[in-house]
Design a protein around this ligand. Structure first.
Ligand SMILES: Cc1cc2nc3c(=O)[nH]c(=O)nc-3n(C[C@H](O)[C@H](O)[C@H](O)COP(=O)(O)OP(=O)(O)OC[C@H]3O[C@@H](n4cnc5c(N)ncnc54)[C@H](O)[C@@H]3O)c2cc1C
Length: 462
């Protein structure tokens, strides 16, 4: 029987069917969905992952890989059938090798992102993926979702940080592609298939990660704005004046900041008066520290910023970043919200926000907009919180049409309905409507070729 076979593969400490232990693993981060698992297994090595996958393939049973379960689109939890195997990757948490001279490390998939960053820091190197969930999400999950985060403007997405991969394929075969090559044109670049595939094409067990020189101290700046258009103008100005210095560029609406102050103890806006929008960004001090004051003074004089604060020390910088990193958590306390993790070309952020506001004013005039995100990459979390006195189910039902209208607008402006969180389950239908038949066919062809029995994260993405 499959369950006994799995128990034998992972040993007594490597599995559970206990409902309490399973609860956090079968519940989506925002509590938007719950599933049931036949069993959760936690292999301790690539060989064990391969044996688990092979056993599931033999039995024709679906397998759902799970990292930190911080993904926000329902991709890491099993469905409701109670027949799927949950594969926790937490047991594969070793940094296998790290090489300062090669600017690379080989990390297992279950390493927590913050630990990967810390391992790089210890040898005076920098790992460039950073996001608010970094204390619990895993590098395998980051690569499987092609995570973005706050440093994409400087270093690119998670995909750009990968030199090689080790993957367990649908039949349990191990593909060892752990090369650390910068240049490699020998045939198709297979690793790209698995990056961003959300566990539907293979199980990532380890990765050769690209490291960067330590960028050194950062100057952290918090800027108050009258409009989102100003954010884009400021971004252009900062990029022109401080090329390569800019590490992040985050936008927050006034309401996003207000929710954080209301719900996250110890947080407070650094400005005495309320402004409509804010931008938070880091610049590498070494190359551009002194120039930043001049850039900000000019920006205020030229009317593209209202006020600005430069953090005086690390503690102050951390306090400012806490405001940004707490928005998702704070928004949870304000009831149900419609989430739109979208991207448009950076130059169209202003027009997107203007036209999306017109849509909201017409379709849902009392909804509370909480927009924030990685505006430097054209990526906004265009979230809409329910009005306090509206029933949550009613709000969700009305929200379907709003989401559809926003996605249509995004696509019309040349954008994407999923910028960095992926598709999972929640956006599966939308993907069908907003990607071309040719692209969808290519995706199905890949899925069929690599997972012909549909046992790898079935029901997700495509
Ligand atoms: C507060 C908060 C802030 C966030 N901010 C950002 C942000 O700025 N940028 C961003 O991109 N995301 C962000 N996210 C979303 C989330 O953190 C990322 O998607 C992250 O990369 C998911 O990692 P995880 O380990 O939690 O993956 P999980 O949620 O466990 O899994 C995500 C998907 O990957 C699959 N998967 C997991 N591990 C593997 C593996 N080893 N092999 C194959 N498939 C696998 C799962 O089946 C699932 O489909 C945020 C989430 C939260 C809660």
């Amino acid at each position: 029987m499959l369950v006994d076979e799995l128990k034998a593969i992972v040993g007594a400490d490597g599995w559970t069917t206990d409902a309490d232990e399973l609860e956090p693993h079968v519940t989506e981060w925002r509590n938007r969905a719950r599933g049931k698992a036949l069993i959760m297994v936690s292999p301790a090595s690539t060989a064990e992952v391969a044996a688990v996958v092979k056993a599931c393939a033999g039995a024709g049973v679906g397998i759902v890989p799970q990292g930190g379960n911080t993904g926000l689109c329902g991709g890491a939890i099993p469905d409701n059938s109670g027949r799927q195997v949950l594969l926790s990757m937490s047991g594969l948490d070793e940094i296998r090798t790290i090489d300062a001279g090669d600017f690379s490390m080989v990390a297992e998939a279950g390493c927590v992102l913050a630990d990967v960053q810390e391992a790089a820091r210890r040898i005076n190197r920098h790992f460039a993926v950073s996001l608010a969930a970094e204390g619990s999400c895993q590098i395998g999950g980051n690569l499987a979702t092609n995570a973005g985060g706050i440093n994409v403007i400087r270093y690119g997405t998670a995909r750009a940080q990968v030199l090689g991969l080790e993957v367990v394929l649908a039949d349990g075969t191990i593909w060892n592609g752990l090369r650390s090559l910068i240049k490699d044109t020998a045939g198709y670049d297979m690793k790209q298939l698995f990056l961003g595939s959300e566990g539907t094409l293979g199980i990532i067990t380890a990765a050769t990660l690209r490291l960067h020189p330590d960028p050194g101290d950062m100057t952290t700046v918090f800027v108050a704005l009258r409009s989102a258009d100003q954010a884009v103008a400021l971004l252009v100005r900062v990029r022109e004046k401080l090329p390569d210095g800019i590490q992040s560029f985050e936008l927050m609406s006034e309401r996003a900041l207000r929710f954080v102050e209301r719900h996250i103890p110890g947080t407070t806006s650094p400005f005495d008066i309320v402004h409509s929008w804010y931008v938070l960004f880091d610049v590498a001090t070494g190359t551009h520290g002194s120039a930043i004051e001049e850039v900000l003074a000019d920006a205020i004089e030229d009317g593209i910023a209202s006020d600005a604060i430069i953090a005086k020390n690390t503690q102050e910088a951390q306090r400012l970043w806490r405001l940004r990193h707490s928005i998702s958590e704070a928004q949870k306390h304000e009831g149900v919200s419609l989430k739109h993790d979208i991207s448009v070309p950076v130059g169209r952020i202003g027009i997107f926000l203007q036209r999306a506001q017109e849509l909201l004013d017409t379709m849902m005039p009392r909804a509370r907009l909480v927009a924030f995100g990685h505006v430097g990459d054209g990526n906004l979390h265009y979230n809409v919180s329910q009005p306090a006195d509206v029933n949550a189910d009613e709000f969700r039902a009305d929200g379907t049409a709003v989401t559809e209208a926003i996605y249509k607008l995004v696509v019309e402006l040349g954008g994407s309905i999923s910028a960095e969180h992926g598709i999972g389950v929640f956006k599966k239908d939308a993907l069908q409507r907003f990607r071309s038949p040719v692209e969808l066919d290519l995706m199905r062809t890949l899925k069929l070729a690599l997972d012909p029995r549909n046992t790898l994260n079935p029901g997700k993405v495509i």
